[in-house]
Design a protein around this ligand. Sequence first.
Ligand code: PMP
Length: 458
Amino acid sequence: TPNETMTQSSATELTSEEVVRITRETNYGTWRFQKGWNPLHIVDSEGCYIIDANGKRYLDFSAQLMCMNLGHKNQAVIDSIAKQAQDLAYALPGYTTTARAELSKLLLEVLPKGLNKFFFTTSGTDANEAAFKIARMYTGKTKIIARYRSYHGSTAGSIAATGDPRRWSMEPRGKGPGIIFGPEVHCYKCPIKHTYPECGIACADYLEHMIRNESDVAAVLVEPIVGTNGVIVPPPEYMPKLRRICDETGVLLIADEVMSGWGRSGEWFAMNLWDVTPDILCTAKGITSAYVPLGLCATSEKIGDFFQDHYFAHGHTYEAHPMTLLPAVATIQEMRRLGLVERTRKLGPFVEEKLNTLKSKHPSIGDVRGKGLFWAVDLVKNQKTKEPFNTYADKVSSKALVVDQIAAKTLADGVIMQAWVSHFVIAPPLIITEEEIERGIDTLDKHLHIADEQCVTN
Ligand code: PMP
């Protein structure tokens, strides 16, 4: 039986084949069919590279899950983990540590101005869950308006607020009470068939229409730059307009910067691109460059003040976990020392130019879009209709996706590309060099014929 084999081999040195087999037999592979899961056995890493058990090096073009912003083996972050483990591995959240205060001070410097009360979690998902509860406690209202084409996490509340088909797996049982959906902002494929700029940002007007025609609305929830669902950067007027709508209607604005935060857009936070401060900002991933699991729910002063004499009915055993806070301090210090935000801002136009050249060569590329080191290469079968190669329905019916076929080829060539349904998300570690960016894009270039050959020309 699998259990007997496992007990025997765990007493000995495991071969790489055993590591993969045992993992497959005993673990769930997530967001996939279990059949066919063949995880890469990673044994080492360096900067923008991970190294498998055969010694093969892979250039990581997506910073793993768009989170290893500093790259691997950053000595300052490693040292911070070792120091914290030696000094104090855990203390109950009602106590405090020096790192907790140091991190809070740094957050006041890097977050959009006005966010000054913090709740530390262990993931992006639970940062969003905290935001929903805080918004509901503060406003005394229930409904959260989320948008289609969004991802906010995998637990009951956050998956219910997720506007992409991953939510369907939970419906109708997991349909969150009080979550309603409005239109996404997506000028390449406008959900209400308008054209920017003549539209006057009608999708934001529709959100206002929703707020004014619904009762009991606590907040509007947005990914400032939509992540997994296609790296969608809104037009410049969108976020200031949404801020104005929320102010006029007395509804909170929640920004989910789990993926878009920490320099990825060329600003510390994407909301800085438009100089807009949300009432609540959630983040995770890059906050520790993924060395340890930390999430953050940051709120405005007025929300903080409210809880002076209202019971803050929320908390976790692992909130503000000491092992996560000193590494976050080290991460922010390293980001500053290496000037990674400014560097990312400067690299944005370089990536854009390379991707536009790529687009001009390949009929299968419908759109390239992004900011900083956060880009999508969006594949379409047909340039005119913008029909994608695959849909989410294909993904959950075990059909071979065109993007996955291409990603398998780039992986064989030693480049990790993050594929999602019908686009690639390019989000390398922020320490990547121009030569490495060229190598990654050239490798994609080499294999895009797989999609080109299936294009419909009209
Ligand atoms: N929000 C956004 C925008 C995300 O990209 C993610 C993760 N990809 C999450 C929330 C959930 O974060 P986590 O996976 O850390 O729970």
